[in-house]
Ligand binder design. Structure first.
Ligand code: SF4
Ligand code: SF4
Length: 185
């Protein structure tokens, strides 16, 4: 693994941990009380096939043919989940938000990993680069830029959750975060 990839993975791991924390905050996540588990081995397998995600989670050996990475206690992966695992929120999540701005912000949190990894090679995202050799040959400058935008957005969202305020400048920074086509309204 070359140095830019190593550095990117360290920052990506911080971003994912911060996202998880924001999604899990009171009022945001309903999934822990829900009996309808949205996880599917078809999604888990992305974390097994992707060389990038494997480098992040280092838990490939824990993949189960039937259950993927799902266990009785929830997902075994604390990092390196496919970005799609964070992007979907059922409608109930939006109904319980206090207003439209909070609903918009929640959607943006879910897409921070997608934004950070998009266009790694042409329009292919980083988690869909299928060999380690290709990973090592990537130009990390644009990926770093997207990652920084996602990290900045996470900080803005943390501040918004603490203070309830969002300046116009901060709102515009959030608007730079790209939402995957399939999750756009
Ligand atoms: S997204 Fe909605 S339906 Fe799916 S597990 Fe969470 S609360 Fe349940
Ligand atoms: S959250 Fe974990 S268990 Fe659920 S689909 Fe994603 S990788 Fe699989």
């Amino acid at each position: 693994m070359n140095d830019p990839l190593k550095t990117y993975i360290e920052k990506y791991t911080q971003l994912e941990a911060g996202m998880r924390e924001s999604i899990a905050r009171k009022g945001n996540s309903l999934c822990a009380q829900c009996s309808c588990i949205g996880c599917d081995a078809v999604m888990c397998i992305e974390a097994l096939k992707s060389p990038f995600l494997k480098l992040v989670h280092q838990q490939a050996a824990e993949y189960d043919e039937q259950k993927g990475f799902l266990s009785e206690a929830g997902c075994k992966l604390k990092k390196g989940r496919p970005s799609v695992c964070y992007e979907y929120f059922c409608d109930d999540h939006f109904y319980v938000q206090p207003d439209e701005l909070h609903a918009e912000v929640l959607k943006i949190i879910g897409t921070l990993l997608y934004h950070a990894t998009r266009n790694a090679k042409g329009d292919i995202p980083l988690d869909e680069i299928m060999t380690e050799k290709e990973l090592d040959q990537l130009d990390f400058d644009s990926l770093e830029k997207h990652l920084q935008e996602s990290m900045q957005a996470l900080e803005i969202i943390r501040t918004f959750y603490c203070t309830g305020n969002l300046t116009e400048e901060s709102y515009q920074a959030l608007k730079r975060i790209r939402i995957a086509k399939e999750f756009q309204a």
